[in-house]
Design a protein around this ligand. Structure first.
Ligand SMILES: C[S@@+](CC[C@H](N)C(=O)[O-])C[C@H]1O[C@@H](n2cnc3c(N)ncnc32)[C@H](O)[C@@H]1O
Length: 422
């Protein structure tokens, strides 16, 4: 048997692309299964970056490539060409990029005969691609997702989402105590909502204050639901879908008595790690939130959802998914809201939130919950927080956040949240 070629950042990026685009796998699953384990940390980060950039620029790469291809090559060769095209158009060294693309093509007996074609096409891309790239539109979302979003927001707004998706995301941190001190230590800036934003992050665990647990990574939009819940010291609080624990840590940092549940045992282990690093405390339960019993002053329900608000950081999502599992998630969200309401003490409050852009997982869930439970109210005052533009507050009394907001500062995740009171 001939020896396996050594894994490189580019070959690993190609594996990620083949799995996402060929097998509809999500990057998070692949990384969780240790697909990049054979690489050193720097190459692992590079492989991820190359794969993510290629997925962000996929439509542009295909447009450039189609001019030079007489027929469509098999997916793995198409992905080699896409990976190299994006790298070339983003300033990669032409010699190195083309050579490695040719080597990757030659490594598989089935694609080996196409190495001459790969070489010829990429030389043309190297010559004209970088200039042409800058004139192409921001890649569009696939039709299954674009159509409902255009219906909900308009074509112009969705074009703004697509620009934000293409731009990617900065790194946002939430401070355990003192956001100003964390901003100073890490060289970040404070957002108007109190998160710390770093435009160029590098290795997260190497940033000042990581080992001391002074902060955790959390998008500025994702930091708002816990602020809306506004847990108080000593209050009995439930985090119903907790892992990996960003919001659990926010709740625990208030001095509330926090119970955190998640269905996934492996994901609960990540909550444990995060609490240990930050020196915060919560009671952790691995189990189904729908079976949980108890009485709480306040509940945070960060429900499982389509995650369509996180495409800036997860460009694989629209490529791997087709929306067929969203209906089941919407049903589960409704069941979870109704169950959460049974766990509230009289006068208690429930914050429902999803990192979704789809109104079915946000505005509509709250409208329906208010119709099912006539005593329930949406508490608009809870949304009166620093940095919240009143225009973001919706008719039914929730907060709609979109990736095109803060466009000049690096955007924010798409999110929806509302605080219900009994
Ligand atoms: C949006 S994520 C939560 C993110 C988390 N709140 C944070 O801020 O880090 C949704 C979570 O719901 C969990 N989940 C899904 N179904 C569940 C159920 N029936 N009971 C409890 N957790 C569930 C998933 O495992 C996933 O970790």
């Amino acid at each position: 048997m001939s020896p396996q070629p050594k894994q490189t950042a580019r070959s690993a990026a190609l594996t990620l692309l083949n799995e996402v685009l060929g097998e509809n796998r999500l990057m998070s699953e692949l990384l969780g299964q240790g697909v990049l384990q054979g690489l050193d940390p720097a190459d692992r980060a590079r492989a991820q970056r190359l794969a993510l950039e290629t997925m962000r620029g996929l439509e542009r790469a295909d447009r450039l490539l189609q001019k030079h291809l007489r027929k469509n090559p098999p997916l793995s060769v198409r992905n080699i060409l896409r990976l190299a095209t994006v790298e070339l158009c983003q300033g990669g060294d032409a010699h190195g990029v083309v050579n490695e693309a040719v080597n990757l093509t030659a490594q598989d007996k089935r694609t080996q005969p196409m190495k001459g074609m790969v070489n010829a096409v990429l030389r043309k891309i190297a010559a004209t691609g970088p200039e042409a790239w800058t004139h192409l539109r921001a890649p569009r979302l696939p039709k299954w997702l674009r159509d409902p979003l255009v219906m909900a927001y308009s074509g112009d707004v969705v074009a703004g989402f697509e620009l934000a998706h293409f731009a990617g995301a900065p790194l946002d941190l939430t401070a355990k105590n003192d956001a100003t001190a964390v901003a100073k230590a890490t060289g970040g800036t404070l957002t108007s909502t109190g998160s710390i934003r770093l435009q160029q992050a590098g290795q997260v665990s190497a940033l000042p204050g990581f080992d001391a647990g002074d902060w955790w990574v959390q998008d500025a939009a994702a930091a708002l639901p816990a602020k809306v819940l506004n847990a108080q010291p000593g209050e009995i609080v439930l985090d119903m879908c907790a892992a990996p624990g960003g919001k659990t840590m926010q709740l625990a940092a208030t001095g509330a008595d926090v119970t955190a549940i998640d269905l996934s045992e492996s994901r609960i282990a990540r909550v444990t790690e995060n609490l240990t690093r930050t020196g915060l405390q919560a009671r952790l339960i691995a189990g189904d939130a729908l079976d949980h019993q108890g009485r709480y002053d306040a509940i945070l329900l960060d429900a499982p959802c389509s995650a369509t608000g996180t495409i800036r950081r997860h460009p694989d999502l629209p490529l791997a998914k087709d929306g067929s599992d969203f209906g089941a998630l919407i049903d589960l969200q409704e069941q979870m809201i109704d169950h959460a309401l049974t766990l509230l003490k009289p006068g208690g409050r429930l914050v429902f939130c999803t990192c979704s852009l789809l109104p079915d997982e946000g505005e509509c869930q709250i409208e329906d919950a208010l119709a099912r439970h006539p005593d329930l109210k949406a508490d608009r005052n809870s949304l009166n927080l620093p940095g919240i533009d009143p225009a973001w507050i919706t008719e039914e009394g929730g907060l709609r956040l979109r990736p095109d907001y803060w466009a000049d500062q690096g955007g924010m995740d798409g999110f929806y949240m509302a605080c219900l009171t009994t």
